[in-house]
Write a new protein. Structure first.
Length: 256
């Protein structure tokens, strides 16, 4: 029989090598931070390997990984490390001067608008598929796309005079031009698999350790409670005599 695990590793490696670089550039446009983009993509592929039986049967494994990377990058608690000006300067470091106006306009969009614009105009998804990926209704995704395009057209001269029918294609071309020069340095796929397996094992060990700790704590509480509440046995009392010694029942009188 073939080595099923080996086949899974080969398929995963091809998926990683084909999509990880372009996905890193997409996530950079989404969050504006190269380091966060790399971490997001690494997290998404490690998670995909941990859940490979689920990802392998998904109709769009690349979309599964992309959705995980987008969720990681847009988590609110990951956006408080740098002040606004410093974050903006680092984001513009590898952006050509001619594209900085578009990138600045893109980062000014609300994150939910930015995600839908990138999915629809940057990747060519229809609003229904984008809605499923960002976990929103089709109407909400369509509204975000419409308002996001309008906001970009107000700030980007190349989009301002474009007709409505030309706006998606022109936006897609500008986004591709913006993402292309971004440098990407990622670990190889076998290392991603090893890290995913180690983290999965660590999470399992931590869960087992927590379960054992809770069980031990419960046993200790029960044992200490038993020690504090020892049942008290009744102390036998000495029989009390209500009659004179010579009149107690069963007492033999001396024979004179």
């Amino acid at each position: 029989m073939p080595d099923v695990r080996g086949c899974a590793a080969d398929v995963f490696d091809r998926l990683h090598d084909r999509h990880a670089p372009s996905l890193t550039r997409q996530v950079f446009l989404l969050c504006g931070r190269p380091s966060l983009a790399r971490r997001s993509v690494g997290h998404a592929f490690r998670l995909a390997w941990q859940r490979w039986p689920e990802v392998a049967v998904d109709p769009d494994p690349a979309g599964w990984v992309r959705a995980a990377a987008y969720r990681y990058a847009l988590a609110p608690w990951r956006n408080f490390r740098l002040s606004g000006p410093l974050r903006h300067a680092r984001a513009m470091r590898n952006v050509p001067p001619g594209d900085r106006g578009l990138f600045d306009a893109l980062l000014r969009l609300p994150p939910s608008y930015r995600a839908v614009v990138l999915l629809c105009d940057g990747l060519g998804l229809d609003p229904a598929d984008a809605a499923a990926e960002v976990e929103a209704s089709s109407a909400a995704a369509a509204g975000r796309l419409r308002r996001g395009r309008a906001a970009l057209a107000e700030r980007v001269p190349e989009l301002r005079d474009a007709a409505d029918g030309q706006l998606p294609a022109l936006t897609a071309a500008l986004l591709g031009q913006l993402a292309a020069p971004q440098p990407v340095t990622l670990p190889p796929a076998p290392r991603v698999r090893r890290l995913g397996a180690l983290r999965s094992w660590g999470a399992t060990a931590a869960a087992l350790g927590l379960t054992a700790s809770l069980a031990a704590a419960g046993f200790t509480l029960v044992a200490s409670d038993d020690e504090r509440n020892v049942p008290r046995l009744p102390v036998p009392k000495k029989p009390s005599a209500t009659l004179a010694p010579d009149r107690q029942p069963g007492r033999l009188l001396p024979v004179i």
